[in-house]
Design a protein around this ligand. Structure first.
Ligand SMILES: CC(C)(COP(=O)(O)OP(=O)(O)OC[C@H]1O[C@@H](n2cnc3c(N)ncnc32)[C@H](O)[C@@H]1OP(=O)(O)O)[C@@H](O)C(=O)NCCC(=O)NCCS
Length: 333
């Protein structure tokens, strides 16, 4: 009797390198408050955002991804030809098909890797890291580039008081590869589709094209409900992730929650009783909420500024539309 060959993967996977690309336009609160009858003070108090990054016309989902990926490859010491998987987490690639991933893979000079996009909103990057780790350990890839990228200024209504000040543009990327020791802990992930409507595009494209004056299907959000869910439910997911990783909160060096709102970050840190030595990512203040790009942008800043050191244990936790969430403990590259 003939049998199928089994897949052979590496015993463990780890993040080998990280890079990011911040959109170039720095937009202070004062530039957007008139359209939403707000103030710099209100926005800073309620969200912690001082300025946000928006893309210039030439800064596309593809170009920002390529910029972040080149830095991640260089940091990892890996050549583009060694990449056999490209996963792009985004909700703002404006073509439903083909994926952004194949074009990004091509521009990077990779050699026909498996390449696909995933749609898990702000949680997408952590989904991608979990998939890459499983692919490497399962034997379906050796070196996977995971990119979180958004150009949410395209999907933001500048007159919507609930969202106009929050969202932003940028990209972050990591190279995930094989290793002798665990560098990516077990993922804790899930969804709550009962809350599908809390953050969503206003309508789908079929409803847009029949409008008299067609308007982009902008993102809309029930901010208060999202806030409560994120601040309370996600702290429990964070603790579960530490437990499943066999890590105590005192063992953590770095905490990188999704950069949704400074008050959510503070509430999570409080309810997890994070010790003072744990460095907390607060990239939102000058970047805004870059959805799938938020965690790699925040972690890369900490690496670049020396706040997070190679080998440090970092808890990543991402959450957003769906509602969907994913979290894991990783070793900082
Ligand atoms: C959006 C968010 C900052 C709003 O803050 P909030 O404290 O919930 O604000 P509310 O909607 O309860 O409104 C409070 C008051 O501010 C006013 N307000 C709302 N938006 C405003 C704005 N942009 N500027 C000034 N005032 C505003 C409201 O009218 C209300 O006034 P009232 O008390 O006189 O009725 C907050 O809900 C939030 O950050 N939610 C989570 C968002 C998030 O993380 N999203 C991404 C997840 S991936």
């Amino acid at each position: 009797m003939t049998g199928l060959n089994p897949s052979h993967g590496s015993r463990h996977a780890t993040i080998l390198g990280i890079g990011s690309y911040r959109a170039s336009r720095v937009i202070p609160n004062d530039d957007i408050v008139d359209a939403i009858d707000s103030s710099d003070e209100w926005i800073q108090q309620r969200s912690g955002i001082r300025t946000r990054r928006w893309a210039a016309p030439e800064e596309t989902v593809q170009s920002m991804s390529v910029g972040a990926s080149r830095k991640a490859l260089e940091h990892a010491g890996i050549d583009a030809s060694q990449i056999d998987g490209v996963i792009v987490a985004t909700v703002s690639h404006m073509l439903q098909t083909p994926s952004a991933a194949t074009a990004i893979a091509h521009e990077l000079g990779t050699d026909r890797p498996v390449a696909f996009d995933i749609s898990a909103a702000c949680a997408g990057f952590c989904h991608g890291v979990a998939l890459a780790s499983d692919m490497i350990r399962g034997g379906s890839a050796h070196h996977v580039l995971v990119i979180g990228v958004e150009r949410l200024s395209d999907l933001t209504n500048p007159e919507d008081r609930g969202t106009a000040f929050i969202f932003s543009d940028g990209a972050g990327a990591v190279v995930v590869g094989p290793s002798d020791e665990p560098g990516i802990g077990p993922v804790v992930w899930g969804s709550d589709g009962e809350q599908f409507d809390l953050i969503r595009q206003r309508e789908d494209w079929r409803d847009v094209i029949v409008q008299e004056k067609p308007m982009m299907p902008h993102l809309v959000m029930q901010g208060n409900a999202v806030f409560r869910w994120a601040a309370f439910e996600m702290a429990k997911v964070a603790q579960q992730t530490l437990d499943e990783s066999g890590i105590k909160v005192e063992d953590l060096d770095v905490f990188v929650p999704h950069q949704a709102n400074m008050r959510i970050i503070d509430a999570m840190a409080r309810s997890m009783k994070l010790p003072d030595h744990v460095k907390v990512a607060r990239d939102i203040a000058d970047q805004g909420n870059a959805s799938a790009a938020s965690i790699p942008l925040a972690l890369d800043r900490m690496v670049t500024e020396g706040e997070a050191k190679s080998g440090d244990l970092a808890l990543l936790i991402a959450f957003g539309a769906g509602l969907s969430y994913a979290a894991q403990v990783v070793k900082v590259p």
